[in-house]
Design a protein around this ligand. Structure first.
Ligand SMILES: C[S@@+](CC[C@H](N)C(=O)[O-])C[C@H]1O[C@@H](n2cnc3c(N)ncnc32)[C@H](O)[C@@H]1O
Length: 313
């Protein structure tokens, strides 16, 4: 089986069960994906969303989420019905892809990033970070707080970015600025659109003349790709796994770029899962995968956090 070819780090961490303030809709936490997906409608065009487009104030409604003993992030809450006119348990293929809920994987991912930073396995200072399928954006926010030079957030829906991600970023960053301990001035940008098209905005075509006059640009200022790509709960739908993989290959800065992926081993009812994504990696053969954490709470689906990097020649 393909998954046997993937080498997993034998050092696994098992996190205790934690609860989100929004309980999952039913069963294993992805009840809304049980509904059959209809023929896809054309995706919305890729656009950059600016913080001035923000529409809902969430500062007053942001709730604290404890990641570990020392790390607390704030999360806003927005109703799916208010934004999209659909009930909380709905996924509307081609219209709304689940970004208004906070999924467990995004907290698994922040915990893993936090422990990798603490243990010296990951340096975020000065790095360019991309969070794909960000929703609340907590993993990307964590990297801002750790001194990343640029953090770009992507979601399928511009509404998710305007109503949720941008207010969340602002409330978390202003909290840190108030402390006046660190200078947080990352280049933070927001992009919406489908994974099959969003590279057009994330990787603008290089202008050779511009390249010549900026030859002395440092690697960290160079906008050609991302050092760290983050994604949580993005591998549920079989139909989008290939375009997601092609996107991370385009966006990853070689040879040192890394991808952190959190997700469920299997998403029952829709066929996707971390192992299906690893199968695509394995077939392509250009990336190595390492299992960083396995989260078993005894009652729901097994969740995993993986790290990918380019295989060394
Ligand atoms: C289940 S939500 C997870 C949200 C967040 N990462 C979390 O864990 O709380 C899946 C995310 O992937 C994004 N997404 C799904 N399919 C997509 C596609 N084809 N193109 C772009 N984004 C997509 C959605 O916008 C959504 O934010």
């Amino acid at each position: 089986m393909a998954e046997n070819k993937i080498s997993a780090n034998p050092t696994k961490e098992t996190y205790p069960l934690f609860y989100l303030s929004d309980p999952p809709p039913s069963g294993l936490g992805f009840g809304f994906f049980d509904s059959p997906q209809k023929n896809p409608i054309p995706p919305p065009p890729p656009v950059e969303v600016f913080p001035s487009d923000e529409q809902l104030p969430t500062k007053s409604t942001a709730e604290p989420i404890s990641i570990n003993d020392t790390l607390v992030l704030l999360k806003g809450k927005v109703s799916t019905f208010d934004v999209f006119g659909v009930s909380n348990s709905d996924l509307v293929a081609g219209k709304y892809e689940g970004g208004l809920k906070l999924w467990e994987g995004s907290l698994d991912l922040v915990k893993t990033l936090s422990s990798d930073v603490r243990e010296g396995r990951l340096l975020l200072k000065g790095k360019r970070v991309l969070e794909l399928g960000c929703g609340h954006g907590l993993p990307g926010i964590f990297t801002c707080l750790e001194g990343a030079a640029a953090v770009h957030f992507q979601d399928f829906n511009s509404e998710v970015l305007r109503f949720l991600t941008i207010p969340n970023v602002e409330v978390n960053l202003s909290k840190e600025e108030d402390k006046k301990e660190k200078c947080i001035s990352p280049d933070v940008r927001f992009f919406s659109g489908d994974w099959s098209e969003i590279h057009q905005l994330l990787l603008p075509p290089r202008n050779d003349n511009h390249k010549k006059v900026t030859e002395c640009i440092s690697a960290e200022e160079d906008s050609d790709g991302y050092d760290v790509i983050l994604m949580a709960e993005t591998v549920y739908a079989l139909s989008s796994l290939q375009s997601l993989y092609e996107l991370i290959k385009k966006c990853m800065r070689g040879p040192s770029g890394v991808v952190y992926m959190a997700g469920k081993k299997h998403y029952f009812g829709v066929g996707g899962g971390t192992r299906q994504f690893l199968h695509i990696l394995d077939q392509d053969g250009t990336m190595a995968a390492c299992l960083l954490a396995e989260v078993t709470d005894g009652s729901s689906n097994v969740r995993e956090v993986w790290k990918f990097s380019l295989k060394q020649a």
